[in-house]
Design a protein around this ligand. Structure first.
Ligand SMILES: [Cu+2]
Length: 233
């Protein structure tokens, strides 16, 4: 009866419907121009690591007004989503004396690996928690070749803000939510949240400068799409 058992398992898996929610975030209006990070270029150590002019990344706007670096997450995730690990590990690097990527996501309780690819001294400083229940802060030096710092966050916090006191232009942001259902928009504003079970959800779209909007989405087998527009400020 082995065949029947295998058949049963297959049906069970097919019955657990879920979908990838894909979509796009657009920017309305014209953002202020980005500025050159002159102190980075002028720095004796960091200046050697970059070619061209290092620019601020307040608004990353791509094809058809797509807005990058928007943290997208499910406001009302399924109850059993808490504590689940996302498919993609959270990694924040320090490269060319910038946090890279500028914005990442992470799930509550899952490790966030903070690396340094630079041959210079940094310090990773999470100075102040803005969470309702604050996450513990930390401030750790990272010299050349240092092992990654691995941190977990116990409470939802959008955004955990990292800075570096050696290089006062260095900021990096982590959207921490209590589910694996989140994404960061790419340079063209596109995102994909994988494997969301059938149901009705509210998505939150949060950008560091343009603020926050929400959109409702219903997942009902197959796939679902969502879109949002944020206004330049
Ligand atoms: Cu630094």
């Amino acid at each position: 009866m082995k065949t029947f058992l295998a058949f049963g398992v297959a049906v069970g898996a097919a019955a657990a419907l879920h979908a990838d929610v894909t979509g796009k975030v657009s920017l309305k209006g014209t953002p202020p121009p980005e500025k050159e990070i002159a102190p980075l270029k002028a720095d004796a150590n960091c200046g050697k690591l970059v070619s061209g002019a290092p620019m601020t990344r307040h608004y990353v706007v791509g094809a058809d007004a797509g807005l990058g670096n928007v943290f997208v997450y499910v406001k009302n995730p399924p109850a059993d989503a808490k504590g689940k690990a996302p498919a993609v590990p959270a990694v924040m690097d320090q490269k060319g004396c910038l946090y890279e990527p500028y914005v990442i996501g992470a799930a509550v309780g899952n490790p966030v690996e903070i690396r340094s690819s630079d041959p210079v001294l940094h310090n990773v400083n999470f100075q102040k928690s803005i969470a309702a229940t604050p996450n513990p802060t930390f401030n750790q030096a990272m010299g050349p070749g240092a092992k990654p710092i691995v941190k977990t966050f116990a409470n939802q916090e959008v955004f955990v803000k990292l800075m570096c006191n050696v290089h006062p232009w260095m900021f990096g942001y982590i959207g921490v939510v209590d589910s694996p259902f989140y994404a960061v928009t790419d340079k063209d504003g596109k995102f994909s949240i994988a494997g969301l079970p059938d149901g009705k959800y509210t998505l939150v779209f949060k950008h560091l400068k343009a603020g926050e909007v929400t959109a409702d989405v219903e997942v009902k087998g197959g796939s679902a799409t969502a879109a949002a527009t944020l206004e330049a400020k």
